[in-house]
Design a protein. Structure first.
Length: 243
């Protein structure tokens, strides 16, 4: 098949899944260590502290996408994501639940929320995601969320691996992840249907695939930064959290 021919929607989906099989952060050495119970408590704390910035930025990212969607139907669908993360004022959303995780690991909440201890690599990778959805096409913005196709697998591995591997982690500490197992497939059903329907030229289909590669890369870059600072060579940048 030539590089200019339109792909059948199911073939596009197959190629998107192949991108995840190759590039998703489930394959990163830091995650193997995390899930295998082979990190120290300070290394797990460093992961939770840095990942907080990703969690806290997701609703800002989704608000940026929401503002660009052209119809009430699309905006209604996307609005749900913001509520999932920010909560609705009666039950906690994902950001608050992530702070339960950092509390449970013994990190000071004010310090976590201040973002003062972040690795520069975390900050730049997460900011790149928020900027991507602001400045690329709506199609690419929606496509960049599609790493969630692969997140239920990594979350299942993580929860079982961490409960088995660390005596300082409890099911309550990891409660962040439980709702994600139903929220992510719901998000994906919409986003995948959208890109399969709305990518109407091969060029747009290539943009969709590139958006997913970009997103896999920024998840990967966050773990590279953690590994370099806190595993080996253990070179913690100036200003970043020190155990
Ligand atoms: O635990 C993970 O490895 C993981 C990965 C991802 C992802 O693939 O982007 C998300 C999440 N978790 C997650 O909890 C989450 O809320 C989320 C939102 C998004 C997004 O791009 O809109 N990805 C992810």
């Amino acid at each position: 098949m030539s590089e200019t021919e339109l792909l059948a929607p199911d073939e596009l989906e197959r190629r998107l899944r192949a991108i995840g099989d190759e590039r998703y952060h489930i394959h990163h050495p830091f995650h193997h260590l995390l899930h295998g119970g082979r990190l120290t408590k300070p290394q797990v704390q460093a992961w939770a502290l840095n990942r907080y910035y990703y969690q806290a930025s997701i609703p800002a990212k989704d608000a940026a996408v929401l503002g660009r969607l052209p119809t009430p139907e699309l905006r209604r669908e996307w609005r749900r994501r913001i509520v999932d993360h920010d909560g609705d004022g009666t039950k906690p959303g994902g950001v608050e639940r992530w702070l339960k995780l950092t509390d449970g690991l013994g990190l000071d909440r004010d310090y976590v929320v201040s973002l003062r201890g972040l690795l520069p690599g975390t900050r730049h990778a997460v900011d790149a995601y928020v900027n991507f959805v602001k400045y690329r096409s709506v199609l690419e913005a929606v496509a960049s969320s599609l790493t969630e196709m692969f997140s239920p697998d990594i979350i299942s591995q993580r929860v079982s691996g961490m409960l088995r591997g660390y005596d300082f982690v409890s099911a309550e500490t990891l409660a962040y992840f439980t709702p994600r197992l139903t929220q992510a497939p719901q998000d994906v059903e919409f986003a995948l249907g959208y890109v399969k329907r709305e990518a109407r030229t091969r060029e747009e289909q290539e943009q969709v695939m590139d958006a997913l590669r970009f997103k896999c890369d920024l998840l990967w870059a966050q773990l590279d930064a953690l590994h370099y600072a806190y595993v080996e060579p253990g070179n913690i940048p100036p200003g970043a959290w020190r155990p």
